[in-house]
Design a protein around this ligand. Structure first.
Ligand code: P6P
Length: 340
């Protein structure tokens, strides 16, 4: 019997995963299917951005005070218009929107909340470097049909599903719905995401680290000592580690998920009394953290498990270190003073 590789679309995989859940009604399956279609549309625009005259600035800033690109706007509106009418969501929140995004009155409301970063890595848009989209899904917690900010402010451990699309040499979609992490590669000739990385497991220790070394002067002492430790020679712990940094969280994390290692975005401690983290908890860090843990890895703020952090604001920022479990534990030892 030849060992043919089975060809499984993401739609089939989602349906098979949901069929294992006695409480599944099909609502969640349809929600994910709608999201997948949005990712295909964004992938098409990202891959032809230079031709479609949608490169460059959109001429306004987002709530973060960051310059918005035309592709940011496209991705934001594509996801909103794809997801606002299916009847699966009670509300949304996005990096690109000031506050809660309600479902328009004319459309039915559902029992899920969608949090997303429509285009991660915008600074890389015009230089043809990898970009991504990140999503996080929670259940509605409050009474009534309309979603609220409270429905968005749930711990990362409460996520029903999370994932990302990475628009790189190929477009991949990686997701977890609580039963492992699975990767799908878009076959443009079919327009289908096909299962290419079933049940991804992160190596226990890696050989590379990913951090913006240009910020070293602003790091806390523990992070500085940890990164110097990674540069020392030691065969038993794969050191010195290689530095790999693209500046797109999704792309930097994707490499670590497949190859092992650690991604760091420590806070800016130039004012030690007021550490300033950069990455956003709800729609950047928590989705990546649950994927890391579902793949056997770890995710910490340096002080606590990311998935235990209780959000207090939609655009809240946190420090992050995530990846291989042995690497993350070593990082915590340094920043918590257990290592000289
Ligand atoms: P820096 C992209 O703008 C982003 O939000 C993440 O995708 C990425 O990891 C980080 O910021 C890069 O930040 O300060 O290194 O440019």
């Amino acid at each position: 019997m030849e060992n043919r590789t089975k060809i499984v679309t993401i739609q089939r995989h989602i349906m098979e995963q949901q069929a294992l859940l006695p409480t599944a009604t099909g609502d969640f399956t349809l929600l994910l299917w709608d999201l997948v279609l949005a990712f295909k549309m964004i992938s098409r625009e990202v891959n032809r951005a230079g031709l479609a005259a949608i490169l460059g600035p959109a001429g306004h800033e987002n709530v973060q005070g960051e310059e918005v690109t035309k592709l940011d706007d496209f991705a934001q509106s594509r996801i909103f218009e794809q997801m606002d009418h299916g009847g699966h969501l009670c509300c949304m929140a996005s990096e690109e929107a000031d506050g809660l995004i309600p479902i328009p009155e004319r459309f039915p409301k559902g029992k899920y909340v969608l949090l997303f970063d429509p285009l991660d890595g915008s600074s890389n848009v015009d230089v043809n470097a990898s970009l991504g989209t990140i999503f996080s899904i929670h259940r509605k917690r409050t009474p009534g049909v309309d979603g609220s900010v409270e429905d968005c402010l749930q711990r990362g451990s409460e996520q029903v599903a999370a994932g990302y699309a990475v628009y790189g040499s190929s477009t991949m979609l990686v997701y977890t719905a609580g039963r492992g992490v699975h990767g799908f590669t878009l076959d443009p000739s079919l327009g289908e995401f096909l299962l290419s990385h079933e049940n991804i497991r992160i190596p226990r220790r890696g050989k590379s680290y990913s951090v913006n070394e240009g910020n070293e002067r602003n790091w806390d002492e523990g992070t500085r000592r940890y990164v110097n430790y990674l540069k020392e020679k030691d065969k038993a712990t794969n050191r010195p580690y290689a530095l790999r940094y693209i500046g797109t969280l999704v792309a930097d994390f994707h490499r670590i998920l497949l190859k092992g290692g650690i991604f760091l975005y420590p806070p800016d401690c130039s004012d030690p009394a007021k550490p300033k983290p950069k990455l956003r908890l709800l729609y950047e860090v928590s989705p990546m953290a649950i994927i890391a843990e579902q793949a056997g890895g770890a995710a910490t703020t340096g002080r606590e498990r990311v998935l235990d952090v209780q959000p207090t604001d939609i655009h809240q920022r946190v420090a992050i270190a995530l990846g291989s479990p042995e690497d993350v534990r070593e990082y915590e030892d340094f920043v918590q003073g257990r290592r000289p």
